[in-house]
Design a protein around this ligand. Structure first.
Ligand SMILES: Nc1ncnc2c1ncn2[C@@H]1O[C@H](COP(=O)(O)OP(=O)(O)OC[C@H]2O[C@@H]([n+]3cccc(C(=O)O)c3)[C@H](O)[C@@H]2O)[C@@H](O)[C@H]1O
Ligand SMILES: Nc1ncnc2c1ncn2[C@@H]1O[C@H](COP(=O)(O)OP(=O)(O)OP(=O)(O)O)[C@@H](O)[C@H]1O
Ligand SMILES: NC(=O)CC[C@H](N)C(=O)O
Length: 776
């Protein structure tokens, strides 16, 4: 062991504008970092006000309150003796910056503004912040502290503002702020060549299925070539919007992972610590080619160094060996006074440990490299939306969830996600002492949500015990419903323990139709009874829309019926593919308060159900996977059952392909066609491919208006069509795309049909419906 340092990063469940809660969690993480013997603590991006303040960043109040909270942190004795990297918005010369504040012993060392802002997809940082110009790399300006509280606490009037590094007595530390890692010219390259050994990345990064690989690859690559220690902190939880920030604080050394936190957890704070030998970084840098590049002063920015009088290294790493006791600098195991937060163990989902239980590691031993842990996408679906729902439920101070449960896959998957949430809640409330003991916050929250009196000692006996109290499911049958769907819904409700209502709503449908006939003298008929397509659709839609009304009625009054107070949140369950295609009735049950699966594909949902059947021990789920999907809005006849994919004119798998190809920044109709003629050339003729592409764009365009009212959904997929925050496109289109489609037609004529479709028949999608295509 040459030059060991104990380093701490964390994931905090911050909430936009929850200044008290955010402050307490920051302080708790500092206290815990110190308890572990750390002299450096890194926290998430904009952790003081919360990352997702969005347009509240434009209010001066947000900036003022952030300074006030910073003053409270700096004046707290518990926050002294440790280098702190925290985050908040700062107004400098009339421009607002997304900043890191580096502090030590009640003083600000440096304010480091973000240089490369996140401004695509869900991110709109340019709407609020100004980027610190990259041509001022390595330079600072003088910043006059704007708030009395901060001046009084720090005793400082002005502090450096800009791009600099922190020089302690034994190492050099540099900042790379979230998106800056994702850019081609990442700061860590120049910082590393200028001698920075420890890189601090504070992030506000959201979960998307399969995204962790990208993040981890970038982090490992940042130190793989020329050595260094990389600390990554991230927000974790729902901070008031559609995104779930997926934590997973990390520490890597010289391109290897040494510590990894959980991605999905109900903990408000998770601390990740590692003991790192800086000599390992120094020896990784003896490589001559690196030295040659590092010496090229003319080409490289040289960073102003801000001196911090602190030594990060363990003072006497041999103390234990020499006198058999803990060295004075390592107060491990001694509880430190502080808020009631304690780092808990990892979230174990059926034995798969997802985060390091490293709170009691031997700090005198350099932390060894470990394999990176990745969840399977099915587990990501089980955990991410479940954690998001929990945060939403406890923070909205409502009493639970209500779902119209049809006996089909989508409402089933949504219900199983709620069950997964109940599993997490049960696990957190009953965690054995050996794993940190019960989570007091979760216990307090679940008692409140379930209207248990505060003095009650109720502890959930099982996930079903939680589910029974906070989750209501309802089958809303009509004469078009089948026994099978009704029975499946009931069986699922029984297996997960939800409070189940089974009703028939024919008299409500009849009442509406009678009114319509009384007013117009017309009586619409289903197609099988001789009605037109328009009559047929209207008769279906009225059933679907009435379900939405009933859902809100029951959600509002069921707690009252059960002798409790408050109301339930209505869950919607339209998946991403259906929304993209517009295959839903506007303002039916797709309109709800929240939709946990609104950005998840049908294919991923089916895989999730198969996973949950085994891992959550719910054999009933097998029936959902094997059942034929049917809307049951038309009279069932001997030779007709309404089937999703045939009705949609395309398969769910095709929809996922179209979705990914047309996601923001990708293809319009013509370029999608040019891509697919290569991809599908062995399976379909150019005309068939053209027909599919045209049908998709036609349906997407004419149903786009439905996306303007999509229920707020957990953002889990890059091709989500959520028009409110993510996919900003018009909703009135020339939906037959005459210019674009005629170019496709011209290309079809030029392509040699004979060279296509050699493996025809192996394509799993339905053949395009020629009668519909003729109208394009
Ligand atoms: N350009 C535009 N801008 C704004 N609004 C527009 C509009 N065009 C129509 N509208 C409005 O939208 C209405 C039509 O939309 P809507 O009422 O939803 O009805 P619509 O889209 O015509 O029909 C519902 C669709 O969902 C399918 N569905 C329903 C239920 C279950 C399932 C299943 O998953 O199994 C599938 C069904 O097969 C059908 O294709 C119009 O009456 C009009 O009010
Ligand atoms: N009989 C029913 N009872 C209760 N809710 C229903 C019923 N039929 C439909 N719903 C609600 O309306 C939603 C949309 O119904 P739709 O028939 O379009 O099914 P879907 O989108 O394929 O979803 P699912 O797979 O859950 O049936 C369902 O997810 C469910 O919440
Ligand atoms: N807050 C940010 O800078 C986000 C950066 C990045 N695009 C991510 O998703 O992690």
């Amino acid at each position: 062991m040459g030059h060991p340092v104990i380093l701490t990063t964390c994931s905090l469940n911050q909430w936009a504008l929850d200044f008290n809660g955010n402050r307490d969690r920051i302080l708790a993480s500092i206290v815990e970092a110190k308890r572990r013997g750390s002299k450096l603590r890194l926290g998430p991006e904009l952790e003081i006000c919360g990352y997702g303040c969005f347009d509240h960043f434009l209010e001066p109040d947000t900036v003022l309150h952030s300074w006030q909270v910073l003053a409270q942190i700096l004046s707290d004795e518990r926050a002294k003796g440790i280098l702190i990297d925290t985050g908040m918005p700062v107004l400098h010369k009339g421009a607002l910056y997304n900043c890191r504040i580096l502090c030590l012993d009640g003083k600000i060392l440096l304010i480091r503004p973000k240089m490369f802002l996140a401004n695509d997809g869900n991110y709109r940082e340019m709407r609020y912040f100004t980027p610190w110009s990259a041509d001022r790399r390595g330079q600072t300006e003088s910043f006059v502290l704007p708030v009395d509280e901060v001046r009084n606490v720090t005793g400082q009037d002005r502090v450096p503002f800009g791009d600099a590094v922190i020089q302690t007595t034994d190492t050099t530390i540099g900042v790379e702020l979230c998106e800056e890692l994702f850019t081609p010219d990442s700061p860590h390259i120049a910082l590393g060549l200028d001698g920075v050994e420890i890189f601090l990345n504070a992030s506000g990064s959201h979960h998307e299925l399969r995204k962790l690989h990208q993040r981890v690859n970038l982090i490992l690559n940042a130190t793989a070539k020329s050595g260094g220690v990389y600390l990554y902190a991230n927000q974790q939880g729902c901070d008031g919007d559609r995104m779930y920030y997926d934590g997973c604080a990390l520490i890597s050394v010289n391109g290897s992972m040494v510590a990894q936190g959980t991605q999905f957890s109900l903990e408000d704070m998770e601390i990740v610590t590692a003991t790192v030998d800086l000599e390992d970084v120094r020896s990784a840098r003896t490589q001559k080619s690196r030295g040659f590049q590092a010496a090229q002063c003319a080409r490289l920015p040289r960073f102003e160094r801000i001196y911090a009088k602190i030594r990060l290294g363990i003072e006497d790493p041999f103390g234990v060996l020499l006198d058999g006791g803990m060295p004075a600098s390592l107060p491990i195991g001694k509880p430190v006074e502080g808020p009631e937060y304690a780092a808990k163990g990892p979230l174990a989902i059926n034995g798969a440990v997802t985060g390091d239980r490293n709170d009691e590691l031997d700090r005198n031993v350099v932390t060894k490299p470990r394999a990176v842990f990745y969840h399977r996408p099915e587990e990501e679906i089980a955990l991410g939306p479940a954690c998001w729902l929990w945060d939403y439920l406890r923070r909205s101070r409502t009493q639970g969830f209500f779902i119209p449960l049809s006996g089909g896959i989508d409402s089933c998957a949504t219900s199983v996600i709620v069950f997964s949430m109940c599993r997490l809640v049960h696990e957190a409330c009953t965690r054995p002492e050996s794993r940190g003991g019960p989570n007091k916050q979760v216990l307090e929250d679940v008692r409140r949500i379930c209207s248990e009196v505060p003095e009650s000692n109720w502890v959930p006996a099982s996930p079903q015990d939680v589910c029974q109290r906070l989750f209501a499911t309802c089958y809303m049958g009509t004469k078009n419903s089948s026994k099978d769907t009704r029975a499946r819904a009931k069986e699922l409700a029984h297996a997960i323990g939800s409070y189940h209502v089974d009703l028939n709503m024919d008299n409500v449908v009849e009442a509406i139709l009678t009114l319509f006939t009384a007013v117009t003298t017309f009586t619409p008929r289903f197609k099988v009874h001789g009605g037109t397509a328009g009559e047929n659709l209207a008769l279906q839609n009225i059933q679907a829309r009435l379900r939405m009304l009933l859902a809100y009625m029951f959600a509002q009054l069921l707690p009252w019926v059960r002798g409790k107070s408050g109301g339930l949140l209505v869950l919607g369950s339209a998946n991403v593919d259906e929304s993209l295609r517009g295959y839903l009735t506007k303002y039916d049950c797709s309109s709800a308060d929240l939709n946990p699966i609104g950005a998840i594909s049908k294919t991923d949902l089916k895989a999730f159900i198969a996973f949950a059947e085994k891992d959550f021990n719910l054999p009933v789920l097998h029936k959902f996977i094997t059942a034929t999907p049917t809307a049951e809005l038309e009279p069932i006849t001997q030779n007709y059952v309404q089937a999703d994919e045939a009705d949609m004119g395309m398969t769910y798998d095709e929809l996922s392909i179209f979705g990914r190809l047309r996601k923001v920044g990708k293809c319009g109709p013509y370029s999608m066609f040019t891509k697919l003629v290569y991809e599908w050339k062995e399976l379909l003729t150019p005309q068939e491919i053209a027909d599919k592409v045209k049908m998709f764009f036609f349906e997407y365009a004419r149903n786009r208006h439905k996306m303007t009212t999509l229920t707020p959904s957990y953002h889990a997929e890059s091709y989500s069509p959520d028009d409110n925050r993510f996919d900003l496109r018009p909703f009135l289109y020339p939906s037959r795309f005459p210019f674009q489609f005629s170019l496709i037609d011209q290309l079809v004529k030029r392509l040699p049909t004979a060279a296509f479709a050699q493996k025809k028949g192996q394509f799993e999608g339905p053949p395009p419906d020629p009668s519909k295509l003729a109208t394009y």
